[in-house]
Design a protein around this ligand. Structure first.
Ligand SMILES: Cc1ncc(COP(=O)(O)O)c(C=O)c1O
Length: 274
């Protein structure tokens, strides 16, 4: 976050914030002072992604010093998150990326420690590397998010958490033997992964193994049935596992939390928290 107005909102929440530049730490100090609060803060380190993060140990120490001089900030440690590791493609590759990430992170942590700075938190990792990173002694917090919902991307990585998030679509045309048309297309599922969703099962629970989804446009998709033995009819309701959970959830205003056939709760989604 690099907007003083947003920072004033964040510091009021009690969340731990991150900074990858001394100026950002100064802005957090100003926001915290203006709101009259103490804020826990981590130094965000670039451990290989080059997305965010301080690029060198020297920069990390400079940020730590700035935080040390800030009366409303409390330095708690460092963030070493790598999105590259989460979907690196197969466990050996994920292990390789993770090893490099935490070698870098441990070296930075040791330098912070030698400088007299707090390193009680070293946070990083993801759903994709949970089995690997939880064995890393340096890690104090795993940043797993997607495991709550799961999605096809992580299933393709071989993770076996049960999918909890599905998108319900309806068969709106069933005039062909080989396929049916459903009312779920680009507007219903994330499109960033290059592949469509998986038709998992009918709302009755009957699995739809072997079927294949094809994009059919903004509002439509096809479910290919050929040689699967499945027969779908007009009005059938299908639960789809989305390609990628985060940008799919972002398309909706609410989630229906179901147990069996019963809707137990309706959770509103706040898409613009900041
Ligand atoms: C900084 C950070 N931490 C944790 C996560 C969660 O990763 P996953 O959903 O792959 O578990 C993300 C995902 O976007 C992230 O950007």
């Amino acid at each position: 976050v690099a907007d003083p107005i947003k920072m004033r909102r964040i510091v009021k929440t009690g969340a731990i914030v991150v900074a990858d530049h001394a100026t950002q730490a100064e802005w957090y100090q100003q926001a915290a002072a203006a709101e009259g609060v103490m804020v826990d803060i981590l130094v965000d380190c670039d451990v290989g992604d080059h997305r965010t993060g301080a690029g060198s140990t020297e920069q990390v120490l400079e940020i730590a010093q700035t935080i040390g001089r800030s009366p409303n900030l409390r330095l708690r440690g460092l963030q070493a998150y790598s999105v590259l590791g989460s979907h690196a493609g197969g466990r050996p590759e994920r292990e390789r990326v993770s090893r490099e990430v935490f070698e870098r992170a441990a070296a930075i942590r040791d330098a912070m420690s030698r400088g007299g700075f707090s390193t009680e938190i070293l946070t990083g990792g993801s759903t994709g590397t949970w089995e690997i990173d939880t064995l890393v002694p340096a890690l104090t917090e795993l940043q797993a998010g997607s495991y709550v919902f799961m999605d096809m991307a992580y299933r393709r990585e071989g993770l076996d958490f049960k999918p909890a998030l599905t998108v319900l679509a309806t068969v709106v045309s069933a005039n062909h033997q080989a396929f049916v048309t459903v009312d779920g297309g680009f507007k219903a599922f994330s499109t960033d992964r290059g592949y469509g969703p998986e038709a998992s099962h009918l709302i009755s629970g009957e699995p739809l193994a072997g079927t294949k989804y094809r994009w059919g446009g903004d509002e439509f998709g096809y479910v290919d049935l050929e040689s699967t033995g499945h027969k779908l009819k007009l009005g059938d309701r299908i639960e789809f596992i989305p390609p990628h959970c985060d940008p799919t959830a972002n398309l909706y205003d609410r989630i229906y939390a179901c147990r069996g056939e019963h809707v137990e709760a309706v959770w509103p989604l706040k898409r613009q928290i900041l």
